[in-house]
Design a protein around this ligand. Sequence first.
Ligand code: HEM
Length: 127
Amino acid sequence: DVQVSFYEAVGGEETFHRLVHRFYQGVADDPLLRPLYPEDDLTGAEDRLRMFLIQYWGGPTTYSQQRGHPRLRMRHHPFVIGSAERDAWLRHMRDAVDSLELPAELENRLWDYLVYAAHSLVNAPDA
Ligand code: HEM
């Protein structure tokens, strides 16, 4: 029988485009998070996060073709991520997830992963 990936179930590329675009609109105005990202524009960061999430959920593997193995903890090493940064990141992501208006079961699966992943990337103890 045919297995539909989570990527397809939530609506494919268009859904991930909306999710990540909305997320970075929040980051763009966030005084804590914005300084962590490249000064000129957030387009590159938006492309990388979108490609990563698409790949993670069973869509095209463009992320690894362009960036290699994700190694997310290593790639976040240059940035100080404490609980405040994690919570700010999750706040913008919660807003972005809500904006998709997915069926509850899919929404919960997506959100649980994002919470777990964000907690796993904290690399600085609270002061
Ligand atoms: C890259 C911050 C959580 C996935 C980045 C970058 C920053 C950042 C500053 C560099 C931007 C760029 O690509 O130019 C944070 C903060 C987080 C967080 C403060 C709070 C916990 C996450 C989570 C995921 C993620 C939970 C995955 C679910 C990525 C990916 C990249 C990235 C895929 C690009 C890696 C690459 O190919 O270079 N993040 N991030 N991040 N982040 Fe995060």
